[in-house]
Design a protein around this ligand. Structure first.
Ligand SMILES: Nc1ncnc2c1ncn2[C@@H]1O[C@H](COP(=O)(O)OP(=O)(O)OP(=O)(O)O)[C@@H](O)[C@H]1O
Ligand SMILES: Nc1ncnc2c1ncn2[C@@H]1O[C@H](COP(=O)(O)OP(=O)(O)OP(=O)(O)O)[C@@H](O)[C@H]1O
Ligand SMILES: [Mg+2]
Ligand SMILES: [Mg+2]
Lengths: 225, 225
């Protein structure tokens, strides 16, 4: 399903080059649940952005469902993202003056889902992350962990084939974090959802079947559970 | 140094009231290192905003260094903040198109520190959080944990009397998180820095001398170490 071959990513800032990814080769089967761990600045979010079709590699190949997507243009990447991928961003990326339920409806609008069903599905997913009573709140009226859970609900509402979650429990207490992991696990088991999740917490990584350790833009080692 | 007496905070949204704090009484001595833990949405950031003079209670009193600050206006609160308090926000609150070193210099500009000394102190604090080589990067050119560390450096650069840190390691791997905690501990021991830190990670809370557990806007229990 997901194959990266010697993927690199170089950021050029004037006369300075930042080598964020230095040759990543990775294969993730459909239906796998993979955790990604590594030091701050080691390239995890950069890797997630490439897998999620939000960015393209500097060199190397990315084959998604049998198609080479390494050099697609913005529109083609956007279409793949909207149909196949749900992304929970490390910094949430919610719309500033929009109620929680409308944040979660947004991907359904892009998918052409009718209004009544959109509202029903958005409210259902908000309930599943424990925020049924926060549907009308704007981001500034939500706690950090509540904003994070709105971002999670938004990523899941289209029933994507692949969930990419970048530190999804970074702002959640242990118990709420476990509720989210139980939600991920159940979607994984019920629907065969492929999950790639960045986390720095070993207790959260323990929910995955496989852990990929990143250091300095490379895969350092892997663990299978 | 910090005394809260029956502090409440009520948010009114049309005909709905959200009781974020339901009567908090808390005393923190100068030089104490306190951790605050509790479920998502339980009132931790609201409590921190009141202690940090970013917000005022709905009822109850807040006495800071012997002065009742519960009902000060914006300007008076801002003066206290700038002189006494360093705040690490749960969502960083960095300026969008500003290099890291200038983000850290900003509180020194308000404090009237001359240009050469500002640059030196900002670079020194960036080095202490491991980001000397990221000084020219803007927030979008930094990883999540690097943005978090810029926010930490900015909070510490004025040598505040009180550090308020809201989930300061939420985006940091275990090792980088420990480096930050060692920095906090050394400033606590060298300078008598008073620290109040929200965290959901027990390993991070273990660095404090005292843990306050919040639930539903109230203090549920405390632990001393
Ligand atoms: N401006 C606001 N208007 C209405 N409700 C608000 C507002 N700000 C916060 N709230 C609500 O107040 C409660 C407490 O919020 P707070 O941010 O203090 O929680 P928290 O303990 O920091 O949570 P987290 O661990 O998720 O960061 C939450 O339920 C939140 O929805
Ligand atoms: N647009 C950019 N321009 C220049 N450098 C960048 C840019 N984006 C990221 N970087 C650098 O690339 C490296 C990898 O960043 P990335 O966000 O992938 O790290 P990360 O592993 O997600 O870190 P964290 O755990 O702190 O979130 C970092 O050192 C960062 O400074
Ligand atoms: Mg990251
Ligand atoms: Mg909070």
């Amino acid at each position: 399903m997901i194959t990266l071959e010697e993927v690199t990513k170089v950021y050029v800032m004037g006369d300075v080059e930042v080598h964020a990814l230095r040759g990543i080769s990775l294969h993730v089967e459909a239906g796998e649940f993979v955790a990604v761990m590594g030091p701050s600045g080691s390239g995890k979010s950069t890797l997630m952005n490439i897998i999620g079709c939000l960015d393209t590699p500097t060199s190397g190949r990315y084959i998604l469902d049998g198609h080479d997507v390494s050099h697609l243009d913005e529109d083609a990447l956007a279409r793949i993202r909207n149909k196949r991928i749900g992304f929970v961003f490390q910094t949430f990326n919610l719309l500033p003056r929009t109620p929680a339920v409308e944040q979660v409806e947004l991907p359904l609008i892009y998918a052409g889902v009718p209004r009544g069903e959109r509202r029903r599905r958005a409210m259902d997913m908000l309930a599943r992350v424990g925020l049924a009573d926060r549907a009308r709140h704007h981001p500034t009226e939500l706690s950090g962990g509540q904003q994070q859970r709105v971002a999670i609900a938004r990523a899941l509402v289209t029933h994507p084939a692949i969930l990419l979650a970048d530190e999804p429990t970074g702002n959640l207490d242990t118990q709420t974090g476990e509720e989210i992991m139980r939600l991920f696990r159940s979607l994984h088991e019920e629907r065969g959802l492929t999950i790639i999740m960045v986390t720095h917490e070993p207790d959260i990584a323990a929910w995955a079947e496989r852990i990929v350790h990143i250091r300095d833009g490379r895969i350092e080692r892997e663990e299978r559970r």
